[in-house]
Ligand binder design. Structure first.
Ligand code: AMP
Length: 437
């Protein structure tokens, strides 16, 4: 296992300030540079927990496939050929990274990593976390939520070198991405972290937990396992972050999360980030957060920022319809969603055989295979990434030109989540959904 003092290479930045085209909300994401966000190559992470990625999906669809429950939402919701008609509003950040009262050197370092203006969630949440408040952040990926909790927690750690933060995330990919962002932000500082996720050997993680870690980033199942075996000692935890709480709950992690929280000191600070607040999440907030402040930058609907249309196909020419589309060079970086692990794998093989370099992302792949696939896609080595919904959760890839729903999503929420991989922040994106003719 490599040492986990983080020394990632600096990526280019050039991020543009946040703007939102959704007038009645406090804001959403921001645009990112073409080359940023490609630093998530973690060397010592991997795997998933018992409730993790390869978790039962409903049967596949879009192929007339046996017994699949067809979506009940209206396919006209897949069409919006005139996006960005909404009035554009620009969120005015009240702070700059240099005015939050952060450690001077750290504030300068944040700016040096390329973050210029705090995103809405950062602008609102950072002061609260610095104050020690518990926070419920209603924010999706792409809003800057990771830095929104990492920045104040890093600052607190620099002030109080003994404090430990536990970050729980639903998937190994998200855990790896959080760690990558932590590395990026702390490369000038001597802070230590450990990633504890399922699906990979536990021994390296056990040995990493033997020494002091300022940050432990984990999926709940594996962390509980480590806690119950006495390798993770929760007594030192001062802050807990539940990232993508809705997804963790969807994956059945509720009992694990509760047990973990019950084992951490009561005086801890607790931060919960979630795209939606379900009843179950609400109960979690009620039981484990103290007088939390809720900040919402949730984009309810991305439909006015992404050009959306349907593609009609007949059963015998579905693949051909896809390859014809992909022949257009404007499909420069395309994510294709399929319903099932094996069909996703097959489709990526077929595309590659057809001369369209594709990679696949699904729960049957090992952590290493998934990281390699993702890196090939991020670096442009593969123009197409074929993925299942669960595997693509929380993945950040910049400048995705198109999302193609080759198989229909199961719910409208899945649809919104899928197409949100493109057209992030100020970028333009297109989403195409295959619908039987
Ligand atoms: P999220 O998944 O919401 O944490 O968003 C992560 C991506 O947004 C990463 O690529 C970050 O480097 C980028 N990011 C975070 N904060 C900002 C900011 N203030 N301005 C521009 N990009 C940011």
């Amino acid at each position: 296992m490599s040492n986990d003092t983080h020394r990632p290479r600096r990526t280019s930045s050039g991020r543009r300030p946040f703007s939102s085209n959704q007038p009645h909300r406090s804001g959403g994401g921001f645009s990112r540079s073409p080359r940023s966000g490609n630093t998530s190559g973690s060397h010592r992470t991997g795997g998933h927990t018992s409730g993790g990625q390869s978790h039962g999906r409903r049967p596949a669809g879009g192929r007339g496939g046996g017994g699949r429950k067809l979506p009940t939402f209206d396919p006209s919701r897949f069409i919006n050929t005139n996006p960005r008609t909404a009035e554009k509003t620009v969120y005015e950040a009240k702070h700059r990274f240099t005015t939050f009262g952060l450690n001077d050197r750290f504030a300068r370092e944040i700016v040096a990593t390329g973050l210029e203006v705090p995103s809405p969630i950062q602008d609102q949440v950072i002061p609260l976390i610095l104050e020690g408040r518990d926070v419920v952040g209603l924010a999706e990926t792409g809003t800057g939520k990771t830095a929104a909790f990492l920045i104040p927690l890093i600052d607190k750690t620099l002030r109080e070198y003994d404090r430990q933060t536990l970050i729980l995330a639903p998937t190994r990919e998200l855990a790896a991405q959080i760690e990558a962002e932590l590395r990026k932000l702390t490369k000038e500082f001597r802070l230590y972290s450990a990633v504890c996720v399922g699906g990979v050997g536990i021994r390296g993680q056990i040995s990493n937990l033997r020494r002091k870690n300022h940050f432990v980033i984990a999926t709940p199942g594996r962390l509980l396992d480590l806690l119950e075996r006495g390798h993770f000692k929760p007594e030192g935890v001062r802050s807990v972050v539940l990232d993508e709480a809705d997804r963790m709950l969807d994956m059945g992690f509720i009992k694990d999360i509760r047990k973990i929280l019950q084992n951490t000191p009561k005086e801890r600070e607790t931060l919960l980030f979630s795209a939606t607040i379900t009843k179950e999440a609400e109960n979690l907030v009620k039981d484990f957060l103290r007088d939390p402040v809720t900040i919402s930058v949730k984009k309810k609907d991305v439909t006015d920022s992404i050009a959306q249309d349907v593609v009609r196909y007949s059963h015998h020419d579905k693949f051909e319809t896809l390859t014809k589309l992909l022949a257009d060079p404007s499909f420069s970086r395309t994510i294709i969603f399929g319903a099932m692990k094996h069909s996703v794998e097959k489709l990526s093989e077929e595309l590659t055989a057809h001369g369209i370099k594709a990679e696949s992302l699904h729960g049957n792949k090992s952590h290493g295979q998934r990281q390699r696939a993702l890196n090939a896609f991020k670096s442009g080595n593969a123009r197409v990434l074929v993925a299942t919904d669960v595997a693509a959760r929380g993945i950040h890839v910049d400048n995705v030109s198109h999302v193609i729903n080759y198989d229909l999503p199961n719910t409208f929420e899945d649809y919104v989540h899928r197409i949100g991989r493109t057209g992030r922040g100020n970028e333009r994106g297109s989403a195409l959904t295959f619908v039987p003719a």
